[in-house]
Write a new protein. Structure first.
Length: 271
């Protein structure tokens, strides 16, 4: 296993659930340029796996992700030598900008288990997840103001939709940190739990999702996020109606109904 591969680990802790762990604890899981590509590869490797119905994203050690590792000194391999700073930066931000879009387009819901500091891209990853649970030690830090504007990687789109425009404006413009209790209160995370209970809570939530039919989970996620920008109630209902009809046509939906009536765990066959 290369250093890059070791920095983003994938395992299967329970049935139907894959876990992605950012694994540079000595650097508070801050990202090198190679690590961005490794995270993209991890998501893409799980996207079409029918045995994965939920993804949990977390960090190793005492932090979730401290942002970009400016001390690593690495340069992105996707930028052609000789480009000026703005031109090179354009390519870099295009690659990084794929990550929140990819996360929202994944068929599996993504649960972010935020252990400790979430800064920079760590903040964005939590926002791009479908659900986030924070450890009591969690702290959300908007560090991009140190180098540029107050928003990156979709924060100006995602944060107002999570907590409302005025709260988002204050956090983006001041860059003040948000601790776990406030994050729960304002809706930045679903809930805050004791540090030692974080992974258990994330896996419990993942399991509550994974017992639903695979196509039903995927279409529910699509309806949820596509309808954030629906032009009307009628348009939102039309998308939901199509999702209902499509999911009802699967054998897994039949199995889900039978298992609920028989009070047992469903045995999905991806049909």
């Amino acid at each position: 296993m290369s250093d890059t591969e070791a920095a983003v680990l994938v395992d299967r802790p329970t049935e139907g659930v894959a876990r992605i762990t950012l694994n540079r604890p000595e650097a508070l899981n801050s990202f090198t340029f190679d690590m961005y590509e490794a995270l993209i590869a991890a998501f893409e490797g799980l996207r079409d796996d029918p045995d994965v119905r939920v993804i949990v994203l977390t960090g190793a050690g005492r932090a979730f992700c401290a942002g970009h590792d400016v001390r690593a000194g690495s340069k992105p391999g996707w930028v052609r030598p000789g480009l000026g700073r703005i031109q090179a930066g354009k390519y870099t931000m295009r690659v990084l900008g794929q990550i929140p879009v990819l996360m929202r387009s994944m068929p599996q819901p993504i649960i972010c288990a935020v252990n400790g500091t979430a800064a920079g891209i760590g903040y964005s990853l939590a926002l791009a997840s479908d659900l986030a649970i924070a450890a009591r030690s969690a702290k959300f830090v908007n560090v991009i103001h140190n180098a540029a504007t107050g928003a990156e990687l979709g924060m100006s789109y995602l944060l107002p939709r999570a907590i409302g425009t005025q709260r988002a404006a204050e956090l983006l413009l001041t860059a003040r940190p948000v601790l776990s209790d406030e994050a729960e209160r304002i809706g930045l995370v679903l809930r805050a739990v004791e540090d030692e209970a974080l992974m258990d809570e994330a896996l419990k939530l993942a399991d509550a999702i994974a017992v639903n039919s695979p196509v039903g989970i995927w279409l529910t996620k699509q309806s949820l996020w596509f309808n954030q920008s629906a032009g009307s109630l009628e348009a939102a209902i039309e998308l939901e109606n199509r999702a209902v009809l499509a999911s009802q046509a699967t054998e897994d939906a039949v199995e889900k109904r039978a298992s609920a009536m028989e009070k047992r765990r469903p045995n999905f066959k991806h049909t």
